[in-house]
Design a protein around this ligand. Structure first.
Ligand code: SF4
Length: 510
């Protein structure tokens, strides 16, 4: 059984009242916490894809409550803390309530909301305490979850409640949905973390005291941005903290961050100042040299392609709660493809597909794709992702397996070709198509599109098919999705052409 620590020595001023999320921000970085409390307007707003992840987390939280029949939700919102505290106190007294959702607790200036507090009884039916459960849409226990539960349990115990166990409820990716009602016992795993959380909880009072003292300072702490800014979450003050950094700041060196950390310790602030003889990866070396580079083999490698050249890209969704039979949580489901087909004479044709309703997209998508790809020519892609999606489709649809396997054999990945044979300083060490395209084909970037990256496409697709009811809004999203996927495959066409031009610089075109 877990007992409370003594928080009496902590001088928490009312103005600096902490919450669970503020505590976690403070663990990541004291400056982040300071800015959240004193200068929140300096934060960058979450992008649409991040917002969609929050929304999916909310959906998972609501479904998780169904696993506790008879449980009651504290309806008062996050800004109505006094009402939430009153409602929670009343539910604790009501012995007919088996579980409380979003219960609010305040102890020595720290306010927390608990996802689930379940009343626990002995074998004889006697009430013996509460089980605290945090619900996450993630697929495993992470370090930050232990810290989250540590501060929650510290506060709840401080209010006088007894916690008999502490656990994390998360999505079980091993669950295979076979149609019908979702099996909540299978979809969610609950892991008992009582011991691990107790160890973390011992450190909570001192950390809270340190944070509250820091918050009383007249200025934010002088903390330099570094790796900690991205772990466990990307900090919303990154743009603010890095706005005066040089364009070739050492932190922008790609690959392993070990070199950047070592250099920073030695007082090196830009990539150009890295001393000669420092051990660097091939990509890091190219970024340091900062000059255009073309391999002599680029031409022959490009010429190996077979016409007609197809240029293929998929968009996928990953649903935390599976909706289609024989799928698992977060399984990548293809819902859209684009194909630009280039004939040997340079003529270009575009074909596309977007699954627009709530049915299983896989078979209809695969059939339309096979028709578009035919049986001749290379299929140009820009990552191993398309291969893995095609292999998954072949397993899911046995009748199409031979045809899909033949498609896999025709794949021709442009990504390793660029990575191994060409570099441009404007790549800044990134071979992502979003970095490569504006550098090599400036007239064809993504800036004019309503959707500009895959995470946003996935979240917009989810909205279009599963959430949005307004047909105008649905039509707008549909158009934006089609244009985004089309741009990805046109980008590959233009990149191949631009690379072919570059290969002529070396004289070896095969
Ligand atoms: S960007 Fe980094 S240094 Fe700045 S507040 Fe965030 S975590 Fe701290």
């Amino acid at each position: 059984m877990t007992e409370p620590s003594d928080l009496s020595s902590i001088p928490l001023p009312k103005a600096a009242r902490l919450s669970k999320s503020k505590f976690l921000s403070g663990l990541q970085c004291h400056k982040r916490l300071y800015l959240e409390v004193h200068e929140p307007s300096l934060a960058t707003k979450p992008d649409a894809a991040t917002q969609a992840m929050f929304d999916m987390g909310t959906e998972v939280g609501e479904l998780a409550r169904s696993r506790f029949p008879g449980g009651v939700l504290v309806a008062a919102g996050y800004r109505q803390s006094e009402a939430a505290l009153d409602q929670t106190a009343a539910l604790i007294q009501d012995l007919t309530v088996p579980a409380i959702f979003e219960g609010a607790f305040l102890h020595r200036g720290v306010l927390v909301r608990a996802d689930v507090l379940e009343r626990v009884q002995t074998a004889e039916g006697q009430f013996c305490g509460w089980r605290l459960i945090e619900v996450k849409s993630s697929t495993r226990v992470k370090d930050v979850h232990l810290e989250d539960l540590a501060v929650q349990s510290e506060v709840i115990l401080g209010t006088g409640l007894t916690l008999v166990s502490i656990g994390l409820m998360h999505i079980n990716t091993g669950y295979l949905y076979r149609g019908g009602a979702i099996d909540l016992m299978e979809l969610f795993s609950i892991q008992d973390l009582s011991e691990a959380v107790a160890q973390r909880r011992a450190e909570v009072p001192a950390r809270l005291a340190e944070m509250s003292r820091m918050l009383l300072q007249a200025q934010s702490p002088a903390i330099e941005p570094d790796q900690h800014c991205h772990t466990p979450y990307d900090c919303p003050f990154w743009e603010h903290c890095t706005k005066d950094k040089p364009a070739r700041w050492i932190h922008y060196l790609p690959g392993s961050k070990q070199v950047a950390s070592q250099m920073t310790q030695q007082g090196v602030t830009t990539i150009d100042e890295i001393p000669a003889g420092t051990k660097l990866s091939p990509i890091q070396r190219r970024v340091k040299e900062n000059v255009e580079w073309v391999s002599a083999k680029l031409g022959p490698v490009l010429k190996a392609v077979q016409y007609p050249v197809h240029h293929l890209d998929f968009e996928t969704v990953m649903l935390a709660v599976p909706r289609f039979s024989e799928t698992r949580p977060y399984q990548a489901l293809p819902v859209q493809w684009s194909n630009h087909i280039e004939a040997a004479n340079g003529e270009l044709r575009h074909e596309e597909f977007l699954h627009k309703n709530v049915s299983d997209p896989r078979k209809v998508l695969a059939e339309s794709l096979l028709e578009s790809l035919g049986d001749r020519g290379s299929i140009c892609v820009y990552s191993p992702y398309e291969r893995s999606i095609l292999e998954q489709l072949a397993v899911a649809i046995p009748s199409l397996k031979p045809a899909l396997s033949r498609i896999v054999n025709r794949l021709w990945d442009l990504f390793p070709i660029i990575r191994d044979h060409y570099y441009h300083p404007a790549f800044s060490g990134s071979y992502s198509i979003k970095s490569v395209l504006p550098a090599m084909v400036p007239s064809l970037a993504y800036g004019d599109l309503a959707i500009q990256e895959g995470g946003h496409a996935a979240s917009q697709y989810y909205r279009m098919v599963f959430v949005e009811t307004d047909w105008i809004e649905r039509a707008t999203i549909e158009e934006a999705l089609l244009r985004y996927c089309e741009r990805d495959t046109l980008a590959m066409v233009e990149l191949r052409r631009a690379l072919m031009d570059k290969s002529k610089m070396t004289g070896e075109t095969g």
